[in-house]
Design a protein around this ligand. Structure first.
Ligand SMILES: *Cc1c(COP(=O)(O)O)cnc(C)c1O
Length: 293
């Protein structure tokens, strides 16, 4: 059983222990590139078409050449086949600007690794979360497109630093807030709150990354009679919500069990929400579904 898979965009399965990136790769030098993280489950890459669509959008935001969806699809298929269908995996799509001053080719590859240890516990027991300021206004994304707020870029050092800060405070994860105390997102997840039969998530215009897991939940929840809305809300609304969820492609749904030290008990609909997410990410999405919604 392989525990790591590496495939380049020519569809060739590589030895994951062999070097692939050169020291002058701009992705390494400046974090200048984009990525996607995708759950491999039952031998399939969940919602892969939405991930390819978002990769294209992120690449566009960074003025990178348009990713060739067909080649990415082929590489993903080879990687998933190599990984097998007997356990989950975390699949990454990585695209960087390529080598500095050498040629204009981008660097692109697909990898699969085991899902992190924390995932199982987050899914079953929930997570403890602290709110941290991102120090920005919800208006910033629209006024400063060069900040690439809606793109999934490789520049994640501050996101990782926030998670380490949380760990020092004995918390599992983070909810970023704006200078207006509005809720934004997690360092690697979308925030959804539930009140009665209603689900809310902050709109993309407030500078959050449009989430694929959140989108998958909304698609299934609407079919099941929930009211789903993109609407801004405040830190205080987290405390008064019936439940708060961090949604991301690898963990899927993690219920916030404690928020800034305050315990939050599971709502009656907790299992339903988990099921809706599971169903949503296994839908047969099309790349064009990304633009609608
Ligand atoms: C990846 C990510 C999300 C959303 O995750 P999905 O995997 O698309 O569900 C939200 N916010 C940030 C900052 C992310 O990196």
């Amino acid at each position: 059983m392989v525990d790591r898979v590496l495939v380049t965009l020519d569809g060739v399965v590589r030895d994951p222990d062999e070097p692939l990136i050169t020291a002058d790769d701009i992705g390494v030098l400046r974090g200048d590139g984009v990525f996607e993280t995708v759950l491999v489950r039952d031998g399939k890459a969940c919602a892969i078409e939405l991930h390819l669509a978002r990769l294209r959008r992120s690449a566009e935001a960074l003025d990178l050449p348009e990713p060739d969806a067909g080649r990415w699809r082929t590489a993903v298929e080879a990687a998933v086949k190599e990984w097998g269908g007997d356990r989950e995996g975390a699949l990454r799509l990585i695209l960087t600007r390529g080598r500095d001053g050498v040629d204009s080719e981008t660097t692109a590859f697909v990898s699969v690794s085991p899902v992190p240890e924390r995932v199982n516990k987050a899914r079953t027991e929930g997570i403890s979360v602290i709110t941290l300021t991102r120090g920005i206004s919800v208006d910033l994304a629209q006024n400063a497109p060069w900040l690439l707020m809606g793109a999934k870029t490789l520049s994640y050092a501050t996101n990782m630093a926030a998670l380490r800060f949380a760990a020092r405070m004995d918390a599992d994860d983070v909810v970023f807030t704006s200078t207006e105390h509005r809720v934004l997102e997690g360092p690697r997840s979308s925030v959804v709150i539930q009140r009665d039969k209603q689900l809310l998530t902050p709109p993309a215009r407030s500078g959050v990354l449009p989430g694929i897991t959140q989108r998958s939940l909304f698609a299934e929840a609407e079919k099941a009679g929930w009211e789903c809305r993109y609407e801004s809300f405040f830190t205080a609304d987290l405390i008064t919500a019936d439940s708060v969820w961090l949604l991301g492609s690898v963990t899927l749904a993690a219920r916030v069990a404690s928020l800034d030290g305050l315990k939050m008990s599971p709502p009656d609909c907790a299992e339903e929400i988990v099921e809706l997410v599971d169903r949503g990410v296994s839908r047969p999405w099309k790349m064009s579904d990304w633009a609608q919604g």
